[in-house]
Design a protein around this ligand. Structure first.
Ligand SMILES: Cc1cc2nc3c(=O)[nH]c(=O)nc-3n(C[C@H](O)[C@H](O)[C@H](O)COP(=O)(O)O)c2cc1C
Length: 306
């Protein structure tokens, strides 16, 4: 049962959400049944695992290592069944606000996927331009502003649904990449993805992940994500969706005060389970009451005044 409160209702790039908490891409897979379950557990919306044109197997195990500070390093390798199988999975969706995450290596990949998925009752797209550990996809594309422009323009011209662009901390400044995406018509920015990282065994001297290098997520990246959201929301007039280390209502509130219109939750689900969305919703409502705010919207960008 979700915590219902009008104080949590808001709009993100034209999508009406009952609350600002969104499931981050890559958690809980791509099954419609799981999307419904997490929605029933209190998520305001759901982002699918990143979907590609062709099925991708991903890397060999180990693909995830659990580290200190409620964090992971992962190199799953964007394993997914491809957009055609995904379409069959979600085509009957009629009640979950669903954002489909797309990954590809050039504009034509995005054209094919958007055309087909646009016909399903999904609510928007999130372009993953920031996966830090897969060659020719994600960050390798997202570090090139010209490619970003052309991918976003192609995606926008094939859908009327909102298109978010997910940026990360790569070689190119996050503000420059976001500027390229917004100039090309992006309706919002999701920040951030995981950050390149490693874990090495001191017993057998091996890097632990099969891919050696992976992406750091969870509480360890939160201060970096907060800085990115703050800078992005000061500079741009589109909604910024905060992502990176949200594990309780205090983190969620901090992201919104930094300038996020809503926030995503990923790694913390692995530590605290699906009830985390309701716990966050309940905490935010109590905080709003205590502070005398009528709506969660009053939090957005409040730190900018100082
Ligand atoms: C196991 C795993 C798989 C992920 N898969 C994706 C993905 O398919 N697409 C994507 O855009 N981000 C992916 N991410 C990144 C998350 O969506 C998110 O940006 C990142 O984990 C930071 O948020 P968090 O600290 O709340 O986990 C993945 C992260 C993890 C740990």
């Amino acid at each position: 049962m979700e915590i219902e409160s009008k104080k949590l209702n808001l709009e993100v790039a034209g999508m009406s959400l009952r609350n600002p908490g969104i499931l981050a891409s890559g958690f809980l897979g791509i099954s419609q049944a799981i999307f419904e379950r997490i929605y029933d557990e209190g998520a305001g919306a759901v982002v699918s695992k990143s979907i590609s044109k062709y099925p991708m197997e991903g890397y060999r195990n180990p693909t995830i290592v659990i580290i200190e500070n409620k964090s992971y390093i992962n190199a799953v390798g964007l394993s997914n069944p491809g957009y055609e199988a995904f379409f069959e999975e979600v085509k009957e969706n009629d009640r979950v606000p669903l954002i489909v995450s797309l990954v590809g290596s050039d504009p034509s990949d995005f054209e094919v996927m958007t055309k087909k998925l646009n016909r399903s009752s999904i609510n928007g797209f999130e372009i993953n331009l920031s996966c830090p550990h897969v060659q020719k996809l994600g960050m390798e594309v997202g570090d090139d502003p010209k490619m970003v422009k052309s991918i976003v323009e192609t995606t926008k011209s094939n859908t009327t649904k909102p298109v978010f662009v997910k940026v990360g901390v790569g070689n190119t400044n996050i503000l420059d990449i976001s500027q390229a995406a917004i100039n090309a018509g992006a309706d919002g920015i999701t920040a951030i993805n995981t950050i390149r990282a490693m874990k090495i065994s001191i017993d057998n001297f091996n890097p632990i992940l099969s891919n050696k290098i992976g992406g750091l997520s969870g509480n360890s990246i939160k201060p970096i994500a907060i800085r990115c959201v703050y800078e992005l929301s000061k500079k741009f007039n589109v909604p910024i969706i905060g992502c990176g280390g949200v594990s309780n209502w205090e983190d969620a509130v901090e992201f919104m005060i930094a300038g996020a219109t809503s926030f995503q939750v990923g790694t913390a689900l692995g530590y605290d389970g699906m009830s985390i969305f309701n716990a966050i919703n309940g905490g935010i409502v109590k905080y709003l009451d205590k502070k005398g705010f009528q709506s969660v919207k009053e939090l957005i960008g409040r730190s900018h005044k100082y």
